[in-house]
Design a protein around this ligand. Structure first.
Ligand code: FDA
Ligand code: NAP
Length: 443
């Protein structure tokens, strides 16, 4: 990466959100806006989007039109359609008549776009904290130092000066309380890497915990990949429940819904979660559910059942045995607790939202929080700060409490990135809201 003294924007993390930001910045600059020099830091050694869940046939959960750019700029050269055209597959894609590409294809699209920006990214490097320049303490704070640790052999750290940072570090894998990961106890976010390294001939029984999309996909994959293995699907519900992607419910992911959520009353925001949580959490798509049921039914016909659905059940703990692991689960059916011995248990138990607190470092004291301790965030995704801080700290993710259910998803990233770029550009010319308190606050 070419070093500069100071950047207008440092992006922390280079997943789809900040990749979309790179596109929006590029289109801002080429559209005649005064250039905003940007650089990005990514922990992984190369670009990758949830690689450990790139299962064969896994489909996208959003339309291909909700790509990195189209909803902001339908003529973007970084759109999914431009990608299809560039790889010579546009006609075939249309003939296939499916709004939802496979995750493999979408990953290929993301990599194609990444190829346009790879000179702006430092891979294998991790942002560890934000620091304030020592001599700036007494005056208005216009830049922050981004501390970057190289994850290679040197482990060296360096500082990058930034006028704005955009934090986009992604969801945080969640295990049930008291359960740690190890060689036989995995979270779904590490699934494929672990599974491919496993000697399948020695695997007799695998447990998959959870009732969401990850659990359903992993149960199907293990069942197909190890034909002699028994798969125990442990879920809290009676059966997998369907993700509501019907048209009216899907409106909660529209760009205008962000305004309805942000400016809505506490009652309105609560309604979003109460009525529409089932668009995304603890649910799976119809196709995967049907395919699992089909497998189970075919087993019944053949008289060889190897898919167990342990429903109404939650896992309480796990314990290592010699070369197995004992999973202790509580079944709500008979209100009983019992053990299940398996070779491997995969916890597809979801994710916590992005949590930027660890990264904020010296900046944390300047960031305002609401009465529940959550960061206060402007409509432009900028963290509200004390008036002495002129640095912009923007969030892509971790704004479920202010901007709603789409915060961790792809649905709105093209528009969100554009809004962030507009805010940065306006502030850099002195035209924008300072983002310091007081400002509109959502709780
Ligand atoms: P993402 O997690 O993708 O990227 C964050 C990046 O930051 C990572 O590459 C990470 O390495 C890096 N990073 C973290 N900390 C860092 C640090 N300190 N320094 C430097 N780099 C750091 N949503 C949707 O709308 N449709 C879908 O089809 C799917 N599909 C899907 C599948 C699976 C398996 C999961 C788990 C989730 C989804 N999602 C989804 C939701 C998912 O959050 C979304 O697709 C994107 O990954 C969000 O992109 P981000 O860039 O915000 O996070
Ligand atoms: P999730 O939707 O949060 O589901 C987690 C599941 O684990 C829930 O059913 C939860 O039940 C259950 N659970 C938690 N603790 C448990 C315990 N101790 N015992 C038994 N069950 C327990 O997580 P996810 O399936 O990983 O999905 C996360 C996001 O990734 C979603 O946005 C999803 O769409 C996305 N995703 C997309 C794809 C794709 O694009 N193809 C693939 C996978 C995931 P409770 O709610 O009752 O706790």
């Amino acid at each position: 990466m070419k070093e500069r003294d100071e950047y207008a924007v440092v992006g922390i993390g280079f997943g789809p959100s900040n990749l979309s930001l790179a596109v929006a910045l590029d289109e801002h600059d080429s559209g005649g806006g005064s250039p905003l020099q940007a650089t990005f830091v990514e922990r992984q050694p190369e670009f990758g989007w949830h690689r450990n869940m790139l299962l064969p046939f896994a489909k996208m959960q959003v339309s291909f039109l909700k790509d990195l750019a189209t909803f902001r700029n339908p003529t973007s050269r970084h759109s999914f359609i431009s990608y299809l055209h560039s790889v010579g597959r546009l006609a075939q894609f249309v003939n296939n008549q499916d709004f939802f590409p496979t995750r493999h294809e979408f990953h290929d699209y993301l990599q194609w776009v990444e190829g346009h920006f790879s000179d702006r990214v430092t891979y294998n490097a991790e942002v560890t904290a934000l620091r304030l320049p020592a001599d700036d303490h007494a005056r208005s704070l216009d830049t922050v130092q981004v501390e970057v640790r190289n994850n290679g052999a040197s482990g060296a750290s360096r500082l990058i000066n930034a006028r704005n940072v955009v934090v986009s570090t992604g969801l945080v894998p969640k295990m049930p309380p008291g359960i740690d990961r190890d060689e036989r106890v995995w979270h779904s976010s590490e699934f494929l890497g672990r599974f491919q390294a496993l000697d399948h001939s020695r695997v007799r029984r695998v447990a998959v915990v959870g009732g969401g999309q990850s659990a359903a996909e992993i149960a199907r994959h293990v069942y197909d990949a190890i034909p002699h293995a028994r798969v125990s699907a442990i879920m809290p519900s009676y059966g997998y429940s369907i993700a509501d992607d019907t048209p009216f419910a899907n409106q909660i992911f529209d760009a205008v819904a962000v305004d309805d959520y942000y400016h809505g009353s506490e009652h309105a925001r609560d309604a979003f979660w109460r009525y529409h949580r089932n668009t995304n959490y603890g649910v799976a798509d119809t196709e995967t559910i049907k395919e699992l049921y089909q497998r189970s039914y075919s087993d019944e016909i053949a008289g060889n059942t190897r898919l167990d659905f342990l429903n109404l059940s939650r896992v309480d703990s796990v314990k290592q045995l010699d070369d197995e692991v004992r999973v202790t689960l509580h079944s709500g059916r008979a209100d009983e607790t019992y053990g299940l011995d398996v070779d491997v248990v995969v916890f597809a138990t979801g994710y916590d939202p992005m949590e930027p607190a660890e990264l904020l470092g010296d900046i944390a004291a300047h960031c305002l929080r609401d009465e529940s301790g959550r960061l206060r965030v402007g409509r432009d995704y900028r963290v509200l700060t004390t008036p002495d801080l002129n640095v912009g700290v923007y969030l892509q993710g971790g704004t479920e409490h202010t901007h709603g259910l789409g915060s961790s998803l792809l649905s709105n990233i093209a528009v969100r990135s554009g809004e962030i770029v507009d805010s940065i550009a306006a502030r850099s010319t002195g035209a924008g809201n300072s983002g310091s308190a007081p400002a509109v606050v959502a709780g």
